[in-house]
Design a protein around this ligand. Sequence first.
Ligand SMILES: [Zn+2]
Length: 342
Amino acid sequence: MQNRSFCLVLLATLTLGCHSRQATDTSGATGSSSKTKIQAVATVGMVADLVRNVGGELVDVTQICGAGVDPHLYKPTRDDVQHIMEADIVFYCGLMLEGKMADTLEKVGRSKPVIAATHAIDPARLMTGDGEALPDDDKSHTAKPHGDPHVWNDVSLWSQCVDVIRDELTTLAPEHGDQFAENAAAYRSELAKLHEYGVNAIATIPEERRLLITSHDAFNYFGRAYGIEVRGIQGISTESEAGLQQINGLVDVLIRRNVGAVFIESSVSPKNVEALIEGAASKGHKVVKGGLLYSDAMGPEGSYEGTYIGMLDHNLTTTTRALGGDVDATGFQGKLAGAVDE
Ligand SMILES: [Zn+2]
């Protein structure tokens, strides 16, 4: 709930921006270029960041879910709906990430472009929520609700969304098509470097220790892209006998593979991770919290980690260092704060 109120505060600030835009529309004498900007709404930070990078100065982006907000559970407020109604175009992630916004998005989609950023991703590269590739008969776009939505955790996959944003903005404002194309190409080349950094970084972790245990199944694409086994402990209830057995099973894996760190995510309760650490301690194996990973929301607004590149750089660098790999604490372009231990 505290996340929700954060989101409301954010929206209140953005509302002011929108009203002033309308004022300049009618005056015609302010000299402001904002009246000619495309007004875009994006649901989550990762999508908003795509639109900011491709749209540049030509697009105003209103973001619905801020830092720390869980998009799986987020219900649009009246203000959100208002922003969506006033926008020229709406971008969302898709693959049912924004499950509780689906009705609103569908309704609005009848009267303006409402675009899933992930819609052009090659279906053969989508995974189920269990970390498997989708079965053959499940690869049409109509089967999207069955795909794991956390595609941003594979940078090479997420970069396919850049072209979707470019094409949709160009349809809306063809006169700026060249600019959008230039921005998109520049951003994709940044993303390609980040992806390469990720592959090389994780490869420095000793092989048996390439195991990422986290509190939520958000990292299946991350594991496949960067060559690290992923086990989620979301959904395990530590109150039940079965849950305790699963925790004990993971403790044995940690000991056998000499893994000394498990990970907390920014938008999920850390309770199960703590149960795991205690379980290992009771068998004499020291496991620490390997640092906070950003799963479904980016870091604080205005920080490097509050950008998509910063978010992934943080996740890759934190994982690598906590599991015994060898990369600099400041990340792939020297911009991380370097404080990996929480
Ligand atoms: Zn998630």
